[in-house]
Design a protein around this ligand. Structure first.
Ligand code: HEC
Ligand code: HEC
Ligand code: HEC
Length: 421
């Protein structure tokens, strides 16, 4: 009895404290703008939806476009995306532009019903109100699909949705995007896309124990699913041999002199970056490669180094020639539009070697970005090579093909086993 009273009392205090907190912090009030049915606005919204890759998350495999229900695995449970078609009962048909903006930018249109940050409002707060309104026009112009939400499978206490409001208070920014005055328009456009709709940091920025992006390490690399989304800050990209032109090509086609996009990055290219204008891809590359000066492609320097045939790592060289050179070429040159080059490949230049080892062990599925560009599968070598052989092979390809080969640490069999565990 006494215990019940204590528990009850504590619960009351918690509810009162929460109520006070919600009332004080609240959801920033936003004015409603009338819904535009102007075809130009709808077209602008469609483009912005591609830049935000709304399709990937909001369409289930084999499901109706934007009707939601796609499972997103998080360390705290599985979240199912929402139906964002204009159906008034199960979709967003009952929203207005103000509530749509609050959901996009703050992840909540009421303190009692916040979204989980699986929806990247943690990046979308950088989206302007004008762009949010255009997105709303686009989504409201599409076909309404009646499809009720799939219940989430979150572990306690994360299944208590209102708690997310406290999470937002601690970790989510509500600050709108601000231009950096001493940078030009192209750079600022790139910053807007990368930090906002492009939500690159959601994969490329490391997270803390509460699953929030660590802003002090913005874009410094993180593990997402099978692979590592590498450090894409300017000096890191520069160190791995990227130029602006390489990046623009990579975003357009999924392939470049620095190698091809795979895993989640392949999807980001195919569903989003590939659909952007050349100018926007250039803006993104300009922002990412903000290292100043001209940036010559470093591919040629790498090929020149290959003239030397006698190599100290004989085992690695023999393994390369017998297992890899058939597809990637004896000089690592690859085959145009069919096999990515390994000479100058940025995956080889990542210091920890995680993606290189994982790709080698697990292989990659075939990929087609465009009509003219299709990669066949990359075979898995897990059952054909020992950890020691993979280490020799990795050390060999890194030393002869990576633009920063001389600076990379040597990998051992134990590290290979650890990466694959
Ligand atoms: C990384 C995955 C992801 C991306 C990308 C994404 N969303 Fe979401 N979105 C979600 C998830 C998951 C939810 C449901 C969250 C929840 O239930 O708390 C959601 C919820 C929403 C909601 C709230 C719906 C409602 O009725 O409460 C809106 C609106 C929305 N998203 C719009 C968008 C738009 C517009 C874009 C593209 C600019 C977008 N989302 C991109 C994952 C995503
Ligand atoms: C049968 C042909 C084939 C063989 C053999 C092969 N690869 Fe690949 N490899 C590919 C293809 C195709 C891709 C691109 C796959 C994609 O992006 O979908 C690829 C991708 C890669 C990548 C990822 C980098 C990038 O830019 O996509 C690495 C690293 C790699 N291969 C290393 C190796 C190594 C090391 C060997 C030998 C152990 C090897 N490959 C053997 C065909 C092959
Ligand atoms: C859903 C997760 C995800 C999102 C979102 C994402 N990336 Fe990636 N990215 C990855 C992964 C995983 C890799 C590693 C695989 C590869 O190299 O293709 C990668 C690789 C890259 C690379 C190649 C780096 C190298 O040296 O090989 C670049 C450049 C890049 N991403 C830029 C971006 C930009 C710009 C955005 C935002 C517009 C973005 N990414 C959004 C997951 C993501």
């Amino acid at each position: 009895m006494a215990l019940d009273r204590t528990t009850g009392g504590l619960a009351l205090i918690a509810i009162a404290a929460y109520g006070l907190f919600a009332a004080l912090w609240g959801v920033a009030p936003v004015v409603d703008h009338p819904l535009s049915r102007d075809p130009a606005t709808i077209a602008a919204g469609k483009y912005l939806a591609a830049a935000g890759d709304c399709t990937s998350c909001h369409t289930a495999e084999g499901g109706e476009t934007f009707a939601g229900g796609r499972p997103l695995a998080t360390p705290f449970g599985t979240i199912y995306s929402a139906n964002i078609t204009p159906d008034p009962k199960t979709g967003i048909g009952d929203l207005n532009s103000a509530r749509f903006y609050q959901l996009m930018a703050y992840g909540a249109d009421s303190p009692l019903d916040p979204l989980y940050p699986a929806m990247p409002y943690t990046s979308f707060h950088n989206v302007t109100r004008e762009d949010s309104d255009a997105l709303f026009s686009y989504f409201m112009s599409g076909p309404a699909v009646e499809q009720p939400a799939t219940p989430n499978e979150m572990s306690f206490p994360f299944d208590i949705r209102p708690l997310m409001f406290a999470w937002d208070f601690l970790f989510a920014s509500r600050k709108p995007f601000e231009k950096t005055p001493d940078k030009d328009e192209v750079w600022n456009r790139g910053a807007y896309l990368v930090e906002g709709l492009g939500h690159c940091g959601e994969c490329h920025t490391p997270r803390n124990a509460f699953g929030a992006m660590e802003n002090s390490k913005s874009l410094k690399g993180a593990v997402v699913g099978d692979f590592e989304a590498p450090d894409i800050t300017p000096s890191a990209l520069d160190g791995r041999g990227w130029s602006r032109e390489d990046l623009v090509l990579y975003f357009e086609t999924g392939a470049s002199p620095r190698g091809s996009a795979f895993g989640d990055m392949f999807l980001a290219v195919k569903k989003s970056l590939h659909l952007l204008t050349h100018d926007d891809r250039m803006a993104i590359a300009t922002y990412l490669m903000d290292v100043g000066g001209s940036q010559p492609s470093k591919g040629e320097a790498v090929v020149a180094k290959l003239g030397d045939d006698a190599h100290e790592n004989r085992s690695g060289r023999v393994l390369y020639l017998s297992n890899c050179s058939l597809c990637h070429g004896p000089n690592g040159q690859g085959v145009e539009a069919t096999m990515p080059p390994l000479a100058g490949n940025a995956t080889l230049a990542q210091p920890d070697g995680v993606n290189l080892i994982k790709v080698m062990a697990q292989g990659l599925d075939p990929q087609r970005v465009s009509l003219t560009l299709a990669y066949g599968p990359m075979p898995a070598f897990r059952d054909r090579l020992s950890a020691g052989q993979m280490a020799d092979l990795a050390n060999y390809v890194r030393s002869v093909f990576a633009t920063n080969g001389d600076d990379l640490p040597k990998l051992g069999a134990e590290e290979v086993s650890r990466i694959l565990r």
